[in-house]
Design a protein around this ligand. Sequence first.
Ligand SMILES: [Zn+2]
Length: 80
Amino acid sequence: MIDHDGEASPCPYCGALQDGAAGGLEPPAPGDLSVCCECSALSVFTGRGLERRRASGAEELEHTAEVEHVRHLIRHVRER
Ligand SMILES: [Zn+2]
């Protein structure tokens, strides 16, 4: 997993400051998904910060396994 420093943006659900990203080879781009390290809520990078995610049912199914994997990693890190 690769860590990327980024512009700090508050989680649109809990307000926790998100100032980095991990998981992809490239830094996050507008439209990429984010899982909050504090509340595990799903949001989307916009290029101007994070926004609450509005997803269609098909999109929700497409990302379920990936999102659950990231949430599992967050729980694992918290338990350390
Ligand atoms: Zn949050």
